[in-house]
Ligand binder design. Structure first.
Ligand SMILES: [Zn+2]
Ligand SMILES: [Zn+2]
Length: 382
């Protein structure tokens, strides 16, 4: 089972009920924090207490965090990162974690030619992540200051070229492809290029289709030899001397489908090209159709634009988030998206604290935060 905790659903300006961006992806191999806007650590710990209070499994233990993945450098997505790392340090964390963030090819080029102290080209956006990484290093965000290893990576999602700040940010190491979190073996994460006013990406967390498991009990009942079992489990049919045949397929449980979530960050519509089938797309919907020009000008999406993106990438389900403080009623966003989607795709709007879950068979459930725990909505009814 995989799950996403959506802990902030406002756009840049928070409201009384919506905080800025930040989500936590949970899978059996660990947790990935996706964006950490201002106050992220408070929201994280509140979600944990809430899970505990409702008797939910303690999957959000901070020592399970393997990575923090940023979608872009705007502060509503990043400003809570360093305080969060510092709290992990105060909690006595030992495990290493990796921070990932997107930058431009131009920034990578100057780092490659001029080295770690390269001067930023004139006109670089103040929200450039290299700027922020440097500020965070200066404010104590290095492995020796924090007491646990933090691998800092910056990369260009398009070319998949990545650079790592090593030895307390005194040295650069280059990677031809984005290194996966060390704990990930069957899961993987990929930076999907998006379109925004600064370098940006969506994050896809996925697991491939898996073969069903070998049915040992059936093999025992059938009285198979060790060698016959081995053949069947490797997919080879067994034919005995007398002509009796055992088919490998009959000793396999049902296969498990590929599952994935894509979390968008800020982006213009229809820019997401996922690397694996999308079970659930969590997409920004800053504006309504009446502000579509504004959405285009600032490279944000409308609710209907998010729906077009979902159609384009064949997402089975769409969750809308990152709402403008001006939006009075999310029902409007919902109906504009619904207009585009019809019944082809499950659809919900997110509030802070909501969860999205995909089980082993690929079925998705939306868990809406309420005063008393979470209320389940089945997304997979069509
Ligand atoms: Zn934003
Ligand atoms: Zn932004």
């Amino acid at each position: 089972m995989i799950e996403l905790h959506i802990l902030g659903t406002a756009s840049a300006r928070p409201t009384s009920s919506r905080s800025v961006s930040g989500s936590v992806f949970a899978c059996p191999e660990g947790l990935v924090v996706i964006d950490a806007g201002e106050g992220f650590q408070m929201r994280y710990s509140r979600q944990r207490s809430r899970m505990k209070k409702e008797g939910e499994p303690s999957t959000l233990r901070p020592n399970r965090i393997v990575a923090i993945a940023l979608t872009h450098g705007h502060l509503d997505h990043t400003w809570g990162l360093l305080p969060f790392l510092q709290t992990l340090s105060l909690d006595g964390r030992q495990q290493s974690l990796t921070v990932y963030g997107p930058t431009s090819p131009a920034i990578l080029d100057i780092l490659e030619t001029d080295g770690i102290d390269a001067r930023l080209p004139e006109g670089t956006a103040s929200a450039e992540l290299l700027n922020q990484y440097r500020a965070w290093f200066g404010l104590g965000g290095t492995s020796s200051n924090l007491g646990y290893e933090v691998r800092w990576l910056l990369g260009d999602p398009k070319s998949n070229r990545w650079v790592e700040f090593c030895e307390d940010a005194s040295n650069l190491v280059w990677h031809d492809a984005m290194p996966q979190p060390e704990a990930f073996t069957s899961f993987r994460m990929d930076a999907i290029p998006t379109q925004h006013s600064v370098p940006s990406c969506a994050w896809q967390l996925s697991r491939k289709k898996r073969k069903g498991s070998f049915d040992r009990e059936k093999a025992t009942v059938a009285g198979l030899s060790q060698e016959e079992r081995k053949m069947l489990s490797e997919g080879v049919d067994v034919e005995r001397k007398g002509g009796k045949v055992f088919e490998a397929s009959q000793f396999r449980g049902p296969s498990r489908p590929a599952i994935s979530m894509v979390v968008s960050g800020d982006t213009a519509e229809q820019s997401i090209q996922p690397v694996a089938p999308v079970t659930v797309l969590i997409h920004e919907a800053t504006f309504l159709d009446n502000a579509s020009e504004k959405a285009d000008a600032h490279l944000h999406s409308t609710a209907s634009g998010a729906a077009r993106t979902a159609m384009n990438c064949n997402a089975q389900h769409l969750i809308l988030t990152h709402f403008s403080a001006r939006l009075r009623d999310v029902q409007e966003a919902l109906s504009e998206a619904k207009e585009v989607l019809g019944n082809s795709c499950g659809l919900e709007t997110a509030n802070d604290g909501d969860r999205v879950r995909i089980d082993e068979d690929g079925y998705a459930t939306f868990l809406k935060a309420s005063a008393s725990g979470w209320v389940q909505h089945n997304l997979s009814h069509h």
